[in-house]
Design a protein around this ligand. Structure first.
Ligand code: 4NP
Length: 154
């Protein structure tokens, strides 16, 4: 099972989701069976490390984002990954617009996994520190729900 998390820049939300979910599948003993990656719909930050504010907020919860580097979504992702999970509706629309006709991946909103009231992980880039905590809170809850779902599908 191969999972790709996608946001706009691949420097805040999706690298955080990658690190949190990787941490959770490691603890669950599923690291051999589930691969995790992240990418952005945009290319402005390609090759860059995650945003420092995101790294610091994640590190306070024990997640290490330091080795991650941004990349843009590419056509092959739609066949290489089983599940492509967008952080917000704009990301989902952008993914659907570039999805090749022979794509095998399921493309969806990440927060549909936990069926809460919120449907989007909002972009924290231009806001304050609380935005990064909100991102992590949502990602942690949705990652637990995703892990439960994938256990049934493995
Ligand atoms: P992300 O956040 O999509 O969660 O990585 C953003 C990062 C950069 C920009 C926007 C959102 N930007 O406009 O540069």
């Amino acid at each position: 099972m191969n999972v790709l998390f996608v946001c706009l820049g691949n420097i805040c939300r999706s690298p955080a989701a990658e690190a949190v979910f990787r941490h959770k599948i490691g603890k669950a003993g599923l690291a051999e069976r589930i691969t995790v990656d992240s990418a952005g719909t945009g290319d402005w930050h390609a090759g860059k490390a995650p945003d420092r504010r995101m790294c610091q907020a994640a590190a306070r919860r024990g997640y290490d984002l330091s080795a991650l580097r941004a990349r843009q979504v590419e056509p092959v992702d739609f066949s290489r990954f089983d599940l492509i999970l967008a952080m917000d509706q704009a990301n989902l629309r952008d993914l659907e617009a570039q999805c090749p006709v022979d794509a095998s991946a399921e493309v969806d909103l990440f927060l549909r996994r936990y069926r809460g009231e919120r449907h989007e992980v909002s972009d924290p880039y231009y806001g304050g520190e609380e935005g990064f905590e909100d991102v992590l809170n949502l990602i942690e809850i949705a990652s637990d729900a995703l892990l439960a779902e994938l256990r049934d599908r493995l």
